[in-house]
Design a protein around this ligand. Structure first.
Ligand code: ARG
Length: 459
């Protein structure tokens, strides 16, 4: 490839450290697409004869068919996917293959290929996220009035509905999808034609190649074009944040499936057994989703660290951009699909959830709110009175709603029998009607809105 200037072959070690084919062969479709667009443009601009262009385009089609059928046979001597394609093209059509590289460089070529790949990956991420959202919405509908404890500090705080809890993850995923979508709008510029770093003296048409490859426009600065990996970092940042959300849900499933909680029974299909303890059902899939999240955010840090010290324009360090993105994408798709499968088939133990919601004096706030509303007590004082009621119940080993009216009036005489209407967990959740609140009615409205949003989302 650059043999003209060199008298000796690279050492075997040099080849090993230099070659990227084991990783970048995943770009072969994008590389062929980029070369097709480039060849057609060279022809239309009169830089390549119609005959050579024809041979090149046919050759590229043959290569695509071969790779589709047999995969890419790795040859370290051919370094990367770009050289593999070009080398095979030369075998197929002879010297005309050497004209394809006119007015381009591997620097703008790889930047273009990688953008095409990340574009597809981002679209896939959005689609898989939407599928998971749909699973959550249906489950939220089924559990719009299933009562469970809501926690802060992992201490029972107030009763909430399971539907509401599940829709919290719907919201996180909605933002995740929008982050990938936003990344796609910034990615939408084509670096092809920036050549090595300075542009080219050939009369190329960058608008034409950008259009042919489905980009909105060509990139505006040739130095930036070949040294920019923001699009990959945008992808990784979106992926890291999405995987962080998945990890939190995985963590909850792990806690909920433990015997002391017993909120869920994980399906056989997503649990593993223990080789020594026959009673065990382990939430391995959820644990791996939680673990993979570390690797995905690690991928973001890895590429940021690679990029941060590089002078303009291209440096070979940038060849290390693909492995973290490929790994993160594979792990994210797997995590999304596994967690969607797991959540969709998990059985929630409604009786356990309700019993847990009734523990821990979860309706204490409702008592305080009642005193404010019905007895015109300032909230701070109502909080104090309620604290005494909780202590009294605790001393007697009972719940708040199990105290007698006399006992409650002994704490504050302004309390009357109407208070029992707010001390049950059902009354508590039903009263939380503020916009975004946990009341079953609000949850059903959010389910309807979510269904509409998902149906309207462009694929
Ligand atoms: N395999 C290289 C990469 O992925 C392609 C670009 C090589 N450019 C160069 N100037 N050596 O970064």
């Amino acid at each position: 490839m650059w043999g003209g200037r060199f008298a000796a072959e690279p050492s075997a070690l040099m080849q090993r450290i230099n070659a990227s084919i084991p990783i970048d062969k995943r770009l072969w479709r994008d590389d062929v697409a980029g070369s097709r667009a480039h060849a057609a443009m060279l022809r239309d601009c009169g830089i390549l004869s119609a005959q050579d262009a024809e041979a090149i385009l046919r050759g590229l089609d043959t290569i695509a068919a071969e790779f589709e059928r047999n995969g890419v046979a790795e040859d370290l001597a051919l370094e990367d996917i770009h050289m593999h394609v070009e080398h095979r093209l030369a075998e197929l059509i002879g010297p005309a293959a050497g004209r394809l590289h006119t007015a381009r460089s591997r620097n703008d070529q790889v930047a273009t290929d990688f953008r095409l790949w990340v574009r597809e990956a981002s679209r896939e991420a959005v689609a898989v996220i939407r599928h998971f959202q749909a699973v959550l919405v249906e489950l939220a509908d089924a559990h719009a009035d299933t009562v469970m404890p809501g926690f802060t500090h992992l201490q029972t705080a107030q009763p909430v509905t399971l539907g509401h809890h599940l829709l919290a993850y719907y919201e996180m995923l909605r933002r995740d999808a929008s982050r990938f979508a936003a990344a796609l709008t910034r990615l939408d510029e084509c670096p092809l034609g920036a050549a090595a770093l300075a542009g080219t003296g050939f009369p190329i048409d960058r608008e034409a190649t950008a259009r042919a490859l489905g980009f909105a426009r060509p990139t505006a600065n040739s130095l930036d074009s070949v040294s920019d990996r923001d699009f990959a970092l945008d992808y990784l940042a979106a992926a890291a944040q999405c995987s962080l959300h998945l990890s939190r849900l995985a963590e909850e499933l792990i806690i909920w499936s433990s015997a002391p909680f017993g909120f869920v029974r994980l399906p056989d299909t997503f649990s593993t057994g223990s080789s020594i303890m026959p009673q065990k059902r382990n939430p391995d899939a959820a644990e791996l989703v939680r673990g993979h999240s570390g690797r995905i955010s690690g991928a973001l840090v890895s590429l940021m660290t690679t990029m941060k010290g590089l002078p303009l324009a291209y440096s070979k360090d940038m060849q290390d951009d693909k492995a973290p993105v490929f790994e993160a994408h594979d792990l994210l798709m797997l995590s999304l699909e596994a967690l969607a499968g797991m959540v969709g088939t998990t059985e929630f133990d409604k009786a356990r959830l309700r019993a847990a919601a009734e523990q821990g004096f979860s309706t204490a706030t409702d008592l305080a709110d009642w005193l404010v509303r019905e007895a015109n007590v300032p909230f701070r004082e109502a909080h104090h009175i309620t604290g005494r009621a909780v202590r009294a119940a605790e001393e007697r080993g009972r719940g708040l709603a199990d105290l007698s009216l006399e006992e409650l009036r002994g704490i504050d005489p302004r309390i009357d029998e109407r208070v029992f209407g707010v001390l049950t967990v059902d009354a508590s959740v039903a009263s939380r009607l503020s916009y975004g609140g946990t009341a079953p009615q609000r949850v059903r409205e959010q389910v309807a809105a979510a269904r509409q949003a998902l149906a309207a989302a462009t694929p």
